[in-house]
Design a protein around this ligand. Sequence first.
Ligand SMILES: Cc1ncc(COP(=O)(O)O)c(C=O)c1O
Length: 399
Amino acid sequence: MTNTLERRLEAELEQFIRDGVYKRLNFLDSPQGPRVKMEGRGEVIILSSNNYLGLSAQPEVIDAGKAALDRWGAGTASVRFICGTFTVHRALESACARLVGTPASLSFVSAWNANEAVPATLLGEDDIVISDQLNHASIIDGIRLAKAITRCQTAVYRHSDLADLESKLTAARDRRVRLVITDGVFSMEGSIARLPDLLEVCRRHHAVLMVDDSHGTGVLGATGRGTAEHCGVVGDVDIITSTLGKALGGAAGGFAGASAAVCDYLTQRARPQLFSNALPPTVAASSIASIEYLEAHPERVTHLREQASYFRERLLELGFKPLPGETPIIPVILGDTSAAIRMSDLLLSEGVFVTGFGYPVVPQGQARVRCQISAAHTRDDLDQALAAFAKIGRQLGLI
Ligand SMILES: Cc1ncc(COP(=O)(O)O)c(C=O)c1O
């Protein structure tokens, strides 16, 4: 039996290699940062991490984790409701709620878990969840799970198409609860959800709006409070899920920000909360330090924005056509998957790490390399990366 399974898996893995979609892991031997030590490659400029603010190596963030290790030990050894809730969780949850502008929040070991928990816990058979077509995989799987567990209805609206959402909401007017879910920032496009319009449509249809702001938190808005701040609607979104594993220090963890009742209900009933250990205190403490750093240093967010527009403008000057946008996610469309993978490989041979994404992660014919800029990049880092883009772009006849 095992042999049959292994033979099939081995055959599929070989096919992945032949198709050029096999993912080889790159081992880093230094902290995550604008330049890392990559095993077998030496020093490499990273244009692919979610460390948007460079906080994963911020001394205050590291020190907070070390102090937490001494004070609370390595882990919780329990789920939240038994004996895994530490005082640091309460402090983290009030910091997350304050940051994103919700009355309360509840931490999870990942944003994936938060997105998996919310629809399956809050919805029932009489309800419907309506999702943007380009939402993140964790939302898609969270909805699949909700459908399997609760038998709720599901629907998908065309990406950012408010008229399509409106027609789905109209068709769902007999449902008890209509939950609309969107990413705040769409991670493959770098585009921003139209939150004021979404809120207006949702209010008119008495729908609940949930925003996954994993790529917006710490990144968008004058002070990094996310897509809601960018759009001028802080306090208006019903449920915000986000990660602690990107701009906020890049360790791990996630949270759901919402009303006290929603967070309490998730504490009572969300299965990833009930049956999986709580976030380690070290990570919780580092995340609090990240949030406090962000609150004290809004200029880091401004700097991130300046760095991203510098890189985007220089790419345009070189003759590349990055997708237009305002976020530090800068995709350069190359067409087919093999072109994106080749570009990424050649850039790595120049000491610049940029991931290539192809079908099925992005639509057929829209394979791309996706650059992610960090406030920690120096102009020197960005200029060196741009020189590599220019060299490889010419070599491949792209510019
Ligand atoms: C939009 C979005 N949501 C959720 C997640 C999952 O975050 P985490 O790593 O905290 O599970 C990601 C990570 O890639 C993401 O891009």
